[in-house]
Design a binder for this molecule. Structure first.
Ligand SMILES: [Fe+2]
Length: 263
C-alpha cells in the first residue's frame, strides 16, 4: 500500500507573530503533528507528506523556516505546492532540494505505486489561482509519463465552486483548461487541493476531486450572496490518501476521541 499524508493551509508566520491578531497557527500545526505522531503505529507506513499550499501566511523566509521545523518530527519526504498566501522565491529557497530552480513550482514524483504531481496556481498579489501555459504543458507531459498509473494530482485552488461566494471569487480562473487535459487521462486519478479550509468532495472530468481541511481555521458554509466575509476559528486535521488497487482518502481529526470501549 502507498500512503500520502496531505496537510493544507497551515498559514505559518515567523516566531513571535500570530495571524489576524489572534490565530496561533504554529501551535495548531504543532498539535496536529503530535497527533499524527501518536497514531503512526496504528496507520502504518506513510510514504510522503504533501502540503497543498498556504504553508505560510505572509510568504516570509522566517515563516518557511518555522514551517520546516514544525513538520520535522514527521520525518517524511515533503512535497509542496504554493497557495495564494505563499511567495514563490522564498518558498523555492526553503525547499530548494525538491523544487525547480526557475519558473513555476511544478513537479512530479513517484512514491510506491502513486505518481504524485504538483501544480503551481499562484498568481502573486492576488487571491485567485491560474494555471499558466507552462504549468498546463507540464501536466500534459507528466500524465503522458504516468502512462495510466494511479495519479494523485495536487494544486492549491479547487477546480470546483464551493458555494461560499467570497471564496469562489478567488477560485481557479481557468479550470476549463484543466478539465480538458484531465478528460484525456485514462488511468485512475484523484485531484487534491486546499484553499477553502474545508473537506469537500466533488469531481472533475470524471475523476474525484477533494479539498483538505486546515489545522487553523475554516469558513462558514454560508451560501447566501451576502454572507459575512471572514474566517472561523475552528481547528481541523488533515487527509490521508492511500492506494491499494484503488484510492481511499480519510480525514484525520485534530484530536483523538475517547475509547475504544467494548461493544
Ligand atoms: Fe488558506
Amino acid at each position: 500500500m502507498t500512503a500520502i499524508l496531505q496537510i493544507s493551509d497551515t498559514h505559518i508566520v515567523p516566531e513571535g507573530a500570530v495571524v489576524s491578531g489572534k490565530l496561533d497557527t504554529a501551535d495548531t500545526l504543532a498539535r496536529l503533528v503530535e497527533r499524527i505522531g501518536s497514531i503512526r503505529h496504528q496507520i502504518g507506513p506513510i510514504d510522503a507528506l504533501l502540503v497543498s499550499g498556504d504553508l505560510s501566511d505572509d510568504g516570509s523566509a522566517g515563516s518557511y523556516a518555522r514551517f520546516r521545523s514544525l513538520i520535522a518530527p514527521l520525518d517524511l519526504p515533503v512535497c509542496v505546492v504554493p497557495g495564494n498566501h505563499d511567495a514563490r522565491e522564498p518558498m523555492r529557497a526553503a525547499f530548494a532540494y525538491d523544487l525547480p530552480e526557475t519558473g513555476a513550482l511544478n513537479w512530479s514524483r513517484q512514491f510506491g505505486d502513486i505518481r504524485l504531481i504538483g501544480l503551481d496556481t499562484l498568481v502573486e498579489g492576488q487571491g485567485a489561482g491560474f494555471l499558466s501555459r507552462d504549468s498546463l504543458g507540464f501536466l500534459e507531459s507528466a500524465l503522458l509519463q504516468a502512462d495510466g498509473a494511479p495519479v494523485l494530482l495536487a494544486l492549491h485552488h479547487p477546480p470546483f465552486a464551493c458555494g461560499i461566494a467570497f471564496m469562489d471569487k478567488i477560485g481557479l480562473t481557468n479550470k476549463e483548461a484543466l478539465e480538458e487535459i484531465l478528460a484525456g487521462y485514462s488511468g485512475v486519478l484523484r485531484l487534491v487541493c486546499g484553499h477553502i479550509h474545508s473537506l469537500m468532495i466533488s469531481d472533475i472530468s470524471g475523476h474525484v476531486a477533494m479539498s483538505s481541511p486546515s489545522p487553523c481555521s475554516t469558513f462558514a458554509y454560508d451560501r447566501r450572496s451576502d454572507a459575512p466575509v471572514g474566517y472561523m476559528i475552528e481547528n481541523d486535521g488533515c487527509l490521508l490518501h492511500t492506494w491499494d488497487k484503488r484510492f481511499q482518502s480519510i480525514r484525520i481529526g485534530p484530536v483523538a476521541g475517547t475509547g475504544p470501549f467494548p461493544f
